[in-house]
Design a protein around this ligand. Structure first.
Ligand code: IMP
Length: 505
């Protein structure tokens, strides 16, 4: 007989959200505005009274999955105040290249690809086509700015035999700014761009060496993203997933590429393998925080924390594309997992004075699931499906024929597949599901969701409204004050549209 049979059913996050559990309204004061509603949370541990090293301005991570988080998604997530975690189911050098691509962007200050005066124009055409850039600074062997060449400076056919120096705009005719004059201030660079009527501004040292280019469109974009997650050099923060197979080489490569935080990416984190990867990382790279997981029990949380985890990721089976529970019969409802691990986090804090954040990974279908996950006790959520339809994923939008209510309709969708699916494994060098001969995830489609910016703007509005109506101004208050109630089948029906004929829109 099994050691124990837990007779209380484990509850899914969606089951809570989906008509089973709802937040009761709380007292909402006049001072509670969208601007004062705080959706930030720590994502690494901190001692009582101290400030965490990384606090997300929007407590959400994008999943470390091939179909979700490449460099573009990671930049977008950081711009919105969250964090993207680059997937590790790819060769080490590819993951490192994605991290480098994110770190190349310094919230408005870009370290550009350069060409030399002797570069053939054909080479510039090739670079422009490969990278999609239209402006290249021209520098000499010592990095001194000599000019600019843009795609408007040459004709692809007529000037194909010329060199950059024959067609470039020379530095003497350009507006440049000195680094000590701009002092890393985007506002100062912006002012100079406006006064000079320019679209871009090179920033050079007093001895003429190129440091950055500031593009006007990037600066304006940055001013639109006041919540952006930046490091001390104003570069976007980025997370890197690592696995328990090649972690020794992978950690070194992703840390050298600039990763700010590591995520040990396994479906079962209560193992010797995760312990070893965690210990290795902490010994070799003590300055880099490590999130470990996934676990779904109090014992799992305590195990990872005792081996140095800076945060713990929760979830086994709740992912939209996950078939782990069906395939192997191990897992837990996400709602129950969050409740139990949140209790363990509280006990650990009481005893040791160290707050170890917990991340609810998987099961987020709609914006209100995020609020419910926080209310249940999560500090941060991690989402795959909820973000997989956005423009910023590495996948392409397709028009797909579907039968809905017996009628054929064309839907705009994006592909979304599990890291344990056969498709993901084709690419994997080693990893969390790599050892198994059977799939633990499926290949699927999600509705196209437009830009990440618009998608998350709507999410933030709905989440903040829900928090305020529940009488809570922050995630901490959700943990302490929110009241959740289970709905009866009748109240579920009552809570939806009922007894009316709805117009088709
Ligand atoms: P979603 O947000 O519900 O789509 O869940 C995403 C999460 O599912 C990821 O962050 C992973 O933790 C997990 N996951 C990703 N791929 C697989 C898989 O193939 N099988 C099981 N879980 C997966």
């Amino acid at each position: 007989m099994a050691k124990q049979i837990v007779e209380t059913p484990s509850r899914a996050l969606s089951e809570f959200e989906l008509h089973q559990l709802i937040m009761l309204p709380g007292y909402k004061t006049a001072g509670m505005t969208p601007g004062s509603t705080d959706i930030s949370a720590p994502v690494v541990k901190f001692s009582r009274g101290e400030t965490p090293k990384i606090r997300l301005n929007f407590a959400i991570l994008s999943s470390a999955m091939q179909s979700v988080t490449g460099a573009k998604m990671a930049i977008g997530m950081a711009q919105e105040g969250g964090l993207g975690v680059i997937f590790c189911s790819q060769p080490i050098q590819n993951e490192a290249a994605m991290i480098k691509e994110v770190k190349r962007h310094r919230a408005g200050f870009v370290v550009p690809d350069t060409v030399s005066p002797e570069t053939p124009v054909t080479e510039v055409i090739k670079l422009a086509d490969e990278h999609g850039y239209s402006t290249f600074p021209v520098v000499d062997d010592e990095g001194r700015l000599k000019g600019y060449i843009t795609k408007n400076d040459f004709d692809r056919k007529r000037h194909a035999n010329l060199m950059v120096k024959d067609r470039m705009m020379p530095v003497e005719k350009m507006t440049v700014a000195y680094d000590d004059e701009i002092q890393d201030s985007l506002a100062a660079a912006h002012e100079k761009l406006i006064v000079g009527h320019h679209g871009s501004l090179p920033i050079v040292t007093r001895d003429g060496k190129l440091k950055y280019i500031v593009f006007r469109k990037d600066v304006e974009h940055h001013f639109d993203n006041p919540l952006a997650m930046l490091d001390s050099e104003k570069r976007y923060l980025v997370g890197a997933a690592i696995n328990t197979s090649d972690y020794k080489e992978r950690i070194k490569a992703v840390v050298e590429a600039g990763a700010d935080i590591l995520f040990i990416d396994t479906s079962q984190g209560h193992t010797d393998y995760v312990k070893e990867a965690l210990q290795f990382s902490k010994n070799e790279f003590p300055g880099i925080p490590v999130v470990a997981g996934n676990v779904v029990t109090k014992e799992g949380f305590e195990f990872l924390v005792s081996h140095g985890a800076d945060a713990v990721k929760i979830g086994m089976g709740p992912g939209s594309i996950c078939i782990t529970q069906e395939q192997i019969g191990v897992g837990r409802g996400q709602g129950t997992s969050i409740l139990e691990v949140a209790e363990a986090r509280g006990e650990y804090f009481e005893k040791n004075g160290v707050y170890v954040p917990i991340i609810a990974d998987g099961g987020i279908r709609v914006a209100k699931d995020i609020t419910v996950a926080w209310a249940l006790g999560a500090d941060v959520v991690m989402a795959g499906k909820y973000l997989a339809g956005c423009d910023e994923t590495p996948t392409k939008v397709k028009t797909v024929a579907r039968i809905i209510d017996g009628k054929a309709v064309e839907m705009r969708e994006k592909p979304y597949w599990g890291e344990g699916s056969d498709k993901a494994k084709e690419w994997m060098v080693a990893g969390r599901y790599g050892q198994n001969d059977f799939p633990e995830g499926v290949e699927a489609w999600v509705a196209y969701a437009g830009t990440l910016k618009n998608h998350l703007a709507q999410a933030k509005a709905m989440i903040k409204d829900g928090m305020r109506k529940a009488g809570c101004s922050s995630i901490k208050e959700l943990h302490e004050k929110s009241v959740l109630q289970i709905l009866s089948p009748g109240s579920i029906k009552e809570g939806g549209v009922h007894d009316v004929a709805v117009d088709k829109n």
